[in-house]
Design a protein around this ligand. Structure first.
Ligand code: ATP
Length: 287
């Protein structure tokens, strides 16, 4: 396991943000952490990255205990925050040199790491341009490039595609997929873009009311929410959830046979992740 959390608690005064939270994340997975505004996603990721302390609970990262092995955990983790975390007056190369030096990387190794980070995020053309001149998509890619400098085994990405166009978003999602595939890096990905999470992640958890209310492999989630839509020749349609309405499905096929109903088209799909999310978390605003 890359992350094992048991009975994690965090509160601000009397406001409980995380309450007896349990979570396990497998090594090498791309893990989507979802939740409504204010659910506690950033709080959880911040605890895992030593930005804020937990109140109590046991947290292990690659077997290292958060309370006892901070240095070991920091050396294998990297956190890419929602905000831009680079110097706008520096170029890509200068930013990477600066942050690489902070990791203590020496000349030769630093050069190699910088080359890898530039290639992984396709920033070759921009290495000598000051970061403040970049588009939103390039800035996001530079943020990720900096996050790769320490060759992390676990990479936290907090809403890395906010405020950029669909082309840049797709590009960044593929960059993330490649990092995971090439290096088996565990990716913890928070986002409000459900279609992104569906495209990228192999496992999904939803945080709400200070607890994990769902954790499921994506394929399993899709299977459980499969829908069959039958359109009849008289243009009436019937949509049936295969898992929930099994009896209804059998009755329908019985009726089709008995009444010799003519089918124009059968569609097979699944509920969108957004529908599943709203179903579970309900529609009322949190913040
Ligand atoms: N320093 C703080 N003091 C008091 N309350 C805080 C503090 N930091 C966060 N909170 C509260 O903790 C809750 C969880 O916040 P957090 O930022 O972790 O949520 P989130 O799931 O990341 O939300 P979003 O999707 O909007 O980014 C919110 O209600 C927030 O107002």
């Amino acid at each position: 396991m890359s992350i094992e959390i048991s009975n994690l608690n965090k509160a601000y005064k009397k406001h409980k943000i995380l309450e007896n939270l349990n979570l396990s994340i497998k090594e090498g997975s791309v893990f989507g952490l979802l939740g409504p505004n204010g659910a506690g996603k950033t709080t959880l990721v911040s605890i895992l990255n030593f930005l804020i302390p937990k109140d109590n609970g046991i947290v292990k990262v690659f077997g290292f205990d958060l309370d006892k092995h901070a240095n070991e955990i920091k050396s294998i983790s990297s956190y890419v925050p929602q905000t831009y975390a680079f110097y706008p007056k520096l170029t890509t190369y200068e930013n990477l040199e600066f942050f690489g030096a902070l990791y203590g990387l020496k000349a030769n190794e630093l050069k190699k790491r910088i080359e890898y980070c530039i290639e992984a995020t396709s920033l070759e053309k921009y290495i000598n341009r000051q970061a403040h001149t970049y588009s939103g998509g390039l800035k996001r890619r530079l943020n990720i490039a900096i996050g790769l400098l320490n060759n992390p085994k676990i990479l936290y990405l907090d809403e890395p595609t906010v405020g950029i166009d669909p082309q840049s978003r797709k590009y960044i999602l593929n960059v993330i997929k490649n990092i995971n595939k090439e290096k088996n890096t565990t990716i913890i990905y928070t986002s409000h873009y459900m279609e992104e999470v569906e495209y990228l992640c192999d496992e999904i958890a939803i945080l709400d009311n200070s607890k994990i209310i769902l954790q499921e492999k994506k394929d399993e989630l899709i299977y459980k929410n499969s829908l069959i839509k039958i359109i009849f020749e008289n243009n009436t349609t019937q949509e049936i959830s295969i898992k929930e309405d099994y009896e209804q499905l059998v009755c329908l096929f019985y009726k089709i046979k008995q009444e010799n109903l003519k089918i124009k088209h059968i569609d097979f799909g699944h509920k969108s992740l957004e529908d599943m999310f709203l179903n579970l978390t309900k529609q009322d605003l949190r913040d």
